[in-house]
Design a protein around this ligand. Sequence first.
Ligand code: DMJ
Length: 596
Amino acid sequence: MLFKAFIYGLGLYAIYHFAQSGGLLNIGGGSIGFGASKSHWAGVQAEVRQAMLDSWHTYEKYGWGYDVYHPIKQTGENMGKRPLGWMIVDSLDTLMLMDAKEEVNRAKKWIKEDLDYVFDQDVNVFETTIRMLGGLLSAFHLSQDDVYLDKAVHLANLLHGAYKSPSGIPYASVNLETGDGIKNHVNAGASSTAEAGTVQLEMKYLAKLTGEADWWQLAEKVMQALEANKARDGLVPIFVNPETGKFQGSYIRLGSRGDSYYEYLLKQYLQTNSQELIYWEMYRESVEGVKKHLVKESYPNKLKFIGELEKGIGGGLSNKMDHLVCFYGGLLALGATEGKTIQEARKLPNWNEEREADFKLGEDLTYTCYKMYHDVPATGLSPEIVVFNTDPSKNEDFYIKPRDRHNLQRPETVESLFYLYRITGDNKYRKWGEEIFENFMKYTKVVNLDGEVSFSSLQDVSQVNKDKVAKFADNTESFWWAETLKYLYLLFDDTNKIPLTDYVFNTEAHPFPKFDLSDHLKTGWRRKIDENQPPRMLESKVKIDKQKLPEAQPVNKPLEEEAKEAVKENPELAKDENIDEKREKLNKIIENLDKN
Ligand code: DMJ
């Protein structure tokens, strides 16, 4: 059975590889715009750039180098004894994309001269990876300046200890000086599943740049451990124990602690030019799981939303949805077309009903997320969390609990608008983005007596005072610069900067170029067969062309061991031939595939 699965896996891999290569490959990179008025959008894009630069200059003046910035008090502070570059490193590639040369030079000088990661400080492994390592790697890609790569390698070496758990699942934190991994202080030491599953793009790109396969293998080991849990319908509980590698509890959601696990399934597949079918399968399984268990419609306007399974599958769906979930609409559209435009993707032989349905759900969810802004009368800004209404006796599609009224200027909705616009060219996504941007300008802008501009999170989106001013939380999140303003800038860009066919954005909006697998940078493991969820032939309409068959995927276990296990499962196999003969046969088949 395992033999069959192996060959089947190869075949399926080949189908995908072929579908994505040769004559079917998307060229991309052309300009988009689809009849939009260029000058209008160029004007909005210039406003976004101005908002970035104005607030950056204020930060340079009052908070330079600090990890945390308070725009009302006009002061900053570090998270530990010394700065980690939280603001500067996270924002650097936005400044680069906006062609802010002087600002980039000043940031580079600070990174080179003042940023030293070796000190006694516990840091969150995921946050440091996505923001700092991710920021440095994309800055290196955009500038080809070794300062950033050297710093990235240095930081990665300090994070290395986090992966020294018995399961390979990273501990929640690591001490930068000692390199010791540190268990989560709460939740019985469990790591968040999203955190464990959201370091792979960064580690793999680092491996690609340095040629050191170790980073790659650490990342794959995490994925292998997560997958070995065989989550039902691809939906994972939000905690995982780094000692045992087992999921902890049954809470399933696409919001905090769950979100980017699903994001990186797709993006790992895209990062290596769609050559790792394993991640496509895991991603598609999870999408089907989401459709089956988590999607619901609100009343009265039938807004599609994604609820939460507090007690796991079968335990009843809660109607709560974090703003964090709003990345999912864009992800579904990206997955459906793999970065091509919808017009191009629909013409490809691999287009099927599932891709069409994913894309449609992506559009619907993005509309819902837009409504989470548009339907908040006071500010037109979304709260952190909403609860959707499914009760026909009530007239509002969602309500906001008092403790969830804040707005951190999060990126997820504008991120989805960016993907949907790039993929469809439909101007409505730009219009929605413009509306959201204008509301951020109206309600989150802080201007001091000297006319200097900053931006702040809000305490409550549902109320403004008599002067139409909302209550500030006196904090600027680094993702406002790293993600929200970057996605808005790219949404209004007419030149297809950072084409989706050539790049993947990490979860903190740092763009990495796609690349091919190689002999030493490769998956290195394969999924165990789960009798309850046989792998589905997802793209059955595409014919295999043997000329295009890719290299066989390596496996961790020696083939012999696999064969023995296969016989244990099915003694029939052993009757007519011995294991060695079977193994030889299999090797021949693989050899032939390689020759062809
Ligand atoms: C960012 O740090 C990342 O986008 C992460 O994946 C989720 N949370 C914030 C933004 O909301």
